[in-house]
Design a protein around this ligand. Structure first.
Ligand SMILES: CC(C)(COP(=O)(O)OP(=O)(O)OC[C@H]1O[C@@H](n2cnc3c(N)ncnc32)[C@H](O)[C@@H]1OP(=O)(O)O)[C@@H](O)C(=O)NCCC(=O)NCCS
Length: 247
């Protein structure tokens, strides 16, 4: 096995790399698969999930899932190729993405089921990235600040990272996403991406999401009670911060 994949494991039957959750051993995180589309469509058309997310449209179509999958598959494949090219290097290289993001529950018969997604991305709240941090909101500078954050080289400790996640309602409140954040942060983000600073956000009222992050060492640094309009509805926003040095 290519040592650069560490700490990913390889499924001996399919050859697919995966990270196993630290506590829920029956749940793994793998690269996306093209045939995930129907499961994604079903979860993202559940209003209780969609209502907590700003990105995915509602209703969510098969074409939405296909184009999203094309994008994340390309990104995951790109990182895996980078790790392959570096296989003879002595030191583990630093990469700009986590190649696994699809949460799957392993079944006794050896099959698995897609149950959600956890993605590590550069922060998409440029409107909060001014000198006052999340206390100040400047929508005019949103794009330029996100561009600056996106242009920093992999491993730069100044990059502000973020996490986006969702889980099938059938699997809520079993500690799975808390475990997934812990696993991705400590097994991949910190050692393999040199992630040192993160902001995550949740709509006000999304107690579950806030708790997931607080349990993982994030601090609530700002709440905007009336922040923006998402899918026709005014939403408030909690912003939580994590810093490597504060651990
Ligand atoms: C938010 C979400 C990812 C949480 O995942 P999860 O696996 O259910 O969360 P966990 O089981 O790890 O729960 C963590 C804590 O939050 C609590 N919690 C979870 N859902 C909750 C809810 N709806 N209301 C209140 N508390 C909740 C849990 O009881 C647990 O607290 P405890 O450790 O004190 O017992 C999941 O509810 C989800 O997918 N929601 C829809 C999409 C979404 O909100 N994504 C995040 C956008 S910011």
């Amino acid at each position: 096995m290519n040592p650069q994949l560490y700490p990913l494991e390889i499924n001996s039957t399919t050859g697919e790399p995966f990270l196993r959750l630290r506590n829920h051993k029956n749940i793994v995180i793998t690269p996306p698969r093209p045939d995930d589309a129907p499961a994604i469509v079903s979860i993202l058309n559940d209003f209780s999930v969609s209502d907590c997310l700003s990105g995915p449209p509602f209703p969510y179509t098969f074409d939405d899932a296909k184009s999203f999958l094309d994008k994340i598959l390309e990104a995951s494949t790109g990182v895996l190729k980078e790790l392959e090219y570096a296989k003879d290097e002595q030191e583990l290289i630093t990469v700009g993405r986590c190649p696994v993001q699809s949460l799957r529950e392993l079944k006794e018969d050896g099959s698995d089921a897609f149950i959600g997604d956890i993605s590590l991305v550069r922060c998409m709240h440029g409107e909060l990235m001014g000198p006052a941090g999340p206390d100040g909101v400047d929508w005019d500078k949103k794009m330029s600040r996100e561009e600056s954050n996106n242009q920093m080289s992999n491993g730069d400790p100044q990059i502000i990272w973020s996490i986006g996640d969702y889980l099938a309602p059938s699997h809520h409140r079993q500690g799975i996403m808390s475990d997934a954040v812990d696993t991705v942060l400590h097994e991949w983000a910190i050692p393999r991406m040199k992630v040192r600073h993160m902001w995550v956000s949740a709509f006000t009222g999304n107690e579950g999401s806030v708790k997931v992050f607080l349990k993982n060492g994030f601090k609530l640094i700002k709440t905007h009670e009336d922040f923006f309009e998402v899918k026709g509805k005014r939403r408030g926003l909690h912003v939580m911060e994590w810093r490597y040095n504060a651990q």
